[in-house]
Every structure is written in C-alpha cells, then in structure tokens.
Write a protein that binds this ligand. Structure first.
Ligand code: ADP
Ligand code: MG
Length: 576
C-alpha cells in the first residue's frame, strides 16, 4: 500500500479509541461538560449498562444554536484558545474532542438552549455522520443522548467487560463526581431505577455513604490541610478500617478525578506500619494546586496529570494524612466491657482496640501540632514494666504487667526493637558498622544488580559497606553492628528482592523502608529457643520502644489479657 493520508472518519475513530474506551468514559466526558457549563442540576440516565443508552441533561449555560455544529466537530472547543492557556486550565474539558469522538462511535443527539434566543436546537450525528440541525423548543441547558455505543465498531464491543462490571464503573464514577461537586444536585437512574440522588446542599457525608456504605462512611475521618501552595481536604479511613486492595483510594486534582500511582503510594505510605501487611486505607482526597503547577494535558482521557514538583506534592499529601491520623488517634484505653463475650474479641490485640475507638469520643479541638517522625508512634503507647514468666512454643514470651498478662511474639518484638534502634542511630548519623572478618560475596542478575546500584547510597547511610566486585557481583565488607550475627549476603538478597515490589517510595522514606526490611530479616525467628537472659533482654528492650505494640510492618507484637478480663472469663466477677 502506498503512503496516504487517512480518511477523516478513520482518523476520528482512531482518536475516539483513546477518549471513549468504555461506557463510563462517555459518562465521564458528558458530566464533565455539564460541570463546565456551570450546571447545578445534572440528570444521568443509563440503560443496559450504558451500551443501549447514556443520557446526560443539565441546566447549564447551553450552546448557541449557531455553534452546535462546531461543538460536534473535532478540536472544537470554547475552553481554550492559545497554547499558553494550557497551563491555566480551569475547566475539565479543553481538547474539544469528546463530543466528536463519541459521535463517531454511536448515535448521538444533542439538544441545547441558551435562553438568549427564541428557540433551542437539536442535532444528530451517527457513526460520525452529522445531520442538519433543526430548531426545537426546549428548556435552558443541554441534553446529550448517546445510543447504541460502538454499534459501528464491533471489535470494541468485544473488549467490554460484563454488563455488571460496566455498570459498576459508571456508578463508581458518578458517585465520585457527586462527592467532588456536592453543590450540584445529582440524579442518576439505571434502567429506570434511581441509584443516586443528592440534595446539592453541599452535604458530603451523605454522598460518602453511597460510596462506602453507611457504616464505613461514618467511620471516615475529615481531612483539612492548607500549606503555602496546596490545599487538601476530603476523607481518610482510621487505621481500624481497611480494604484488601487500593481501589478505594480516590484522588481529585483541581476538580478532576485522576489516576496516579505515586500519589496513591504516598497515601498508603502515610499509614506506614500502622496497617497490617496487605491492608490498604480508604481515602477520597481533593487536592487543589495552582493550575500552572500541574500539566493536565498528558492523555486524551485526561485521567492523568503531571506535577511540576511531584516530590513536593507527595510529601504534602503525606504530611496532611499523618497529621489527620495523629490528630484523631486516641490514647489507648482498654475497656473490658467491650471484650466481654465473644472469643474473637478476646484475642483482639490491644493496638487494634485502641484504634476501634470512635472519633465521636474525641472533642473537636483534639488536634495538636505533630512533629514529623519517619515512624509514627501513637501517643501514650509505651509499655508498663513487665515481669518475664517464660517462653512458650519457642515463639512467644509470657510476661506479667500491673494490669494482667502479656503474650509477646518474639520475632515481631525483636523486629520492632532493631528497627527503632537502627532508625535512632540513623537520625543521629551514628550507625556503628562492623567490618566482617570474611567479606561475603553476592552474585546478582543484571536486573537485580541495577536495582541494588540505585539503593547503594542508602545502604551506605545505614551502615553497610558494599563494594562492586566485578559485573553484577558485590562484596559485603561491613554491616550495621546492630544486626551482626545474621547472614549478610542473605540479607542483601532479601533486600534486592523487595526493591522490586516497591511502588516508587518517597526519598525521605527509603531508609526507613530499607531498615524495616533488614530488621525483619535479622530479627530472631519464631521457633528459636531463647535463653533466660535473651528473653529478659528482649523484654527490656521492648519496654524502651516508642511504639512497642506493633512491628514496623504493622503487625501486633503482643496480645494483652487484662486481669479484669481474666476474672470475667473465669466467671469470678459475676460470682462475687
Ligand atoms: P471540550 O469539553 O474539551 O471543550 P467537547 O467535545 O466535550 O470538548 O465539547 C465541545 C464544546 O461543546 C465545549 O467546548 C462546549 O463549548 C460545548 N459543550 C459541550 N457540552 C456542553 C454542555 N453540556 N453545555 C454547554 N456547552 C457544552
Ligand atoms: Mg468536554
């Protein structure tokens, strides 16, 4: 085939592929247009999970009859004029592509009236072929009706997921936009049934319930944060409320719902060590930054942005969340009344119960300034003096405190101890490192070796002395004195393995993360018999920790059975 310029309808369909991936993309573009048109009432009707019908009606400013044919053409927009404007975008749309793209893969009918003339107008476009607009008496605002999506691109249809999934995508999208724009009255009907209806009176909590369910929505903490150039507000989950994946993290930047792996990672990191491994927080964040500091023109679907200074935004997001979390974390107090009864509650670890305490219990003013620890420690979380009783199953220590019995996981506890010691030394820039009598040589794959090279400077700061020893080979000459006794090359291998799982950690947190891993690797294991002295030392060191109740990865180090609880369990209190 000789080189030739593609016919216009083919170009349109190629472009449409980027903008209109699935029914929910159509919904997104149409409601964004309605928001840009300053509507305060938006009605969305969906049938057949969006494939049969998507209709969005708004009471916004409307489109002048003379401009309607233009609105349906590619690269036609009223929101942008010059290139410079690209960095001052205050609208959700700006590419002038949506209506044309949708019109090229569906049967689209647009009806609009500005209220400035006698009559509105109605115009159709089917599979990219526009019809002549006709005058029509209608109310002010715009209605876009999209029928038979992808009727002319059967290949696309095959890529759609089940009706259920597409439906879920649409519902999730509308609910999030409703939450982001609570001053708009939203109505959303699916196959004739009302799925979402909001009042438009700025009441966000009620919409949050539509997103998370009433119970979880009630638990979400308010977030409000203002720094020099960034404003962040929204909702974050307390540490007692988690999910098994990160899908419940929603980020809006300047009113636009975006997907951003690193920002999501920043949010998860703010909960660092406070959640169990494999558990993720819920969050809805509305981030406002000056438009010139963010590039929204990254992809036609406008679901990604680029920040001028990403590190700054990430660390501000983390700061906001840390502050929010710590402002809400109550001093742990165990009420035995909540323990009475079911077995599962009895073995609920103490740290989790503290977190269970509802925010309603806290006075409004309970937000004190918070210093920035790499390792968040909840206030008042120190241990009382403990008396060692012994070791069980070569894995747990038993100890007595003034308030009952403690069962301690020796591995988790040792991990915590090593971690805090190492981080303290690190912050004081005084990590004693111990030269190995016999340097240990490690051979890595090229890929792993690249990973390690990147981390070498951090490892050095943590007390490792590692030399490059030929291609992809390393010689470990010294390790932090604290972890002496373990196998250094094994530790190094474990480290490299886990670098891969990293989702671009923040610079400031890399050391803590690496330290956490080293300590996990080097801590005593479950099943390891400890001498009496070793047991005592472990307990003593744990008492000295800032956050003795969890390991650096968020697992509990201990279970506390209070004397009161024991009494109740033995039926002694009732008998008296
Ligand atoms: P963009 O939103 O990027 O400008 P679109 O193809 O989505 O591109 O829309 C083209 C133009 O049509 C918009 O710039 C706007 O002027 C007009 N328009 C689209 N939808 C509406 C609406 N609901 N209300 C008023 N004007 C609209
Ligand atoms: Mg648009």
């Amino acid at each position: 085939m000789p080189i030739h310029i593609l016919p216009d309808h083919v170009v349109s369909q190629i472009a449409a592929g980027e903008v209109v991936e699935r029914p929910s993309s159509v919904v997104k573009e149409l409601i964004e247009n309605a928001i840009d048109a300053k509507a305060n009432h938006i009605i969305l009707k969906v049938e057949g999970s969006g494939q049969r019908l998507i209709e969005v009606s708004d009471n916004g400013i409307g489109i002048p009859a003379t401009e309607v044919p233009l609105a349906l053409m590619r690269h036609a927009t009223s929101k942008l004029d010059r290139t410079e404007d690209l960095f001052q975008i205050n609208t959700l749309g700006f590419r002038g592509e949506a209506l044309a793209s949708i019109g090229s893969v569906s049967r689209l009918t647009l009806t609009s009236f500005t209220g400035m003339t006698d009559m509105g107008v109605c115009m159709k476009i089917e599979g990219g072929k526009a019809e002549v607009p006709i005058p029509l008496a209608t109310t002010e605002g715009t209605t876009v009706r999209v029928e038979d999506l992808f009727f002319n691109v059967p290949a696309r249809l095959k890529f759609l997921k089940s009706a259920f999934t597409e439906h879920r995508h649409i519902s999730g999208l509308v609910t999030r936009y409703a939450l982001a724009y609570p001053s708009i009255r939203w109505e959303y009907l699916h196959d004739g049934k009302i799925e979402l209806q909001t009042s438009g009176n700025n009441e966000r909590r009620e919409i949050l319930a539509a997103l998370y369910g009433l119970q979880d929505a009630k638990k979400m903490l308010d977030l409000e944060f203002q720094s020099e150039d960034i404003h962040i507000n929204g909702y974050i989950s307390p540490i007692s409320l988690t999910r098994s994946n990160r899908r419940e993290i929603t980020i809006f930047v300047n009113g636009r719902w975006i997907q951003d792996v690193s920002l999501t990672a920043a949010i998860i990191k703010a909960y660092h060590t406070m959640l169990m491994v494999g558990r993720y927080p819920l969050a809805v964040l509305f981030i406002q930054v000056p438009p010139d500091l963010v590039d929204v023109n990254v992809h036609p679907a406008k679901a990604e942005v680029r920040f001028q200074d990403p590190d700054h935004v990430f660390s501000e997001v983390q700061r906001a969340i840390r502050r929010g979390l710590l402002a809400y974390s109550p001093v742990p107090t165990l009420s035995t009344s909540t323990l009475w009864g079911s077995q599962t509650q009895i073995i609920d670890p103490a740290w989790n119960m503290a977190a269970e305490i509802q925010t309603e219990d806290l006075p409004e003013s309970h937000s004190q300034p918070v210093s920035e620890h790499i390792q968040p420690s909840l206030p008042g979380d120190k241990l009382p003096l403990l008396r060692l009783i012994g070791q069980v199953a070569s894995t747990y220590l038993i100890a007595e405190g003034p308030d009952g019995l403690y069962l301690i996981d020796q591995h988790a506890a040792h991990e915590r101890i090593l971690f805090e010691k190492l981080m303290t030394q690190f912050k004081m820039h005084a990590i004693p490192s111990q030269t190995l009598l016999e340097p240990s040589v490690v051979q890595l794959s090229a890929e792993k070796s690249n990973l390690l090279n990147e981390q070498l400077p951090y490892l050095e700061k943590l007390g490792f002395v590692i030399e490059i020893f030929g291609p992809n080979a390393y010689k470990v000459r010294a390790i932090p004195a604290l972890i002496l006794g373990g196998n250094p090359s094994q530790a190094l291998m474990a480290l490299v393995e886990s670098f891969e799982e990293d989702e671009s950690p923040l610079q400031s947190e890399i050391e803590a993360r690496i330290a956490g891993r080293v300590c996990k690797r080097m801590a005593v294991k479950g099943g390891q018999v400890l001498s009496g002295d070793e047991q005592k030392k472990l307990l003593f060191d744990l008492e000295a920790c800032q956050s003795p109740r969890t390991c650096p990865h968020g697992r509990p180090t201990m279970i506390h059975l209070s004397a009161d609880l024991l009494e109740r369990q033995f039926g002694r209190t009732g008998a008296r």
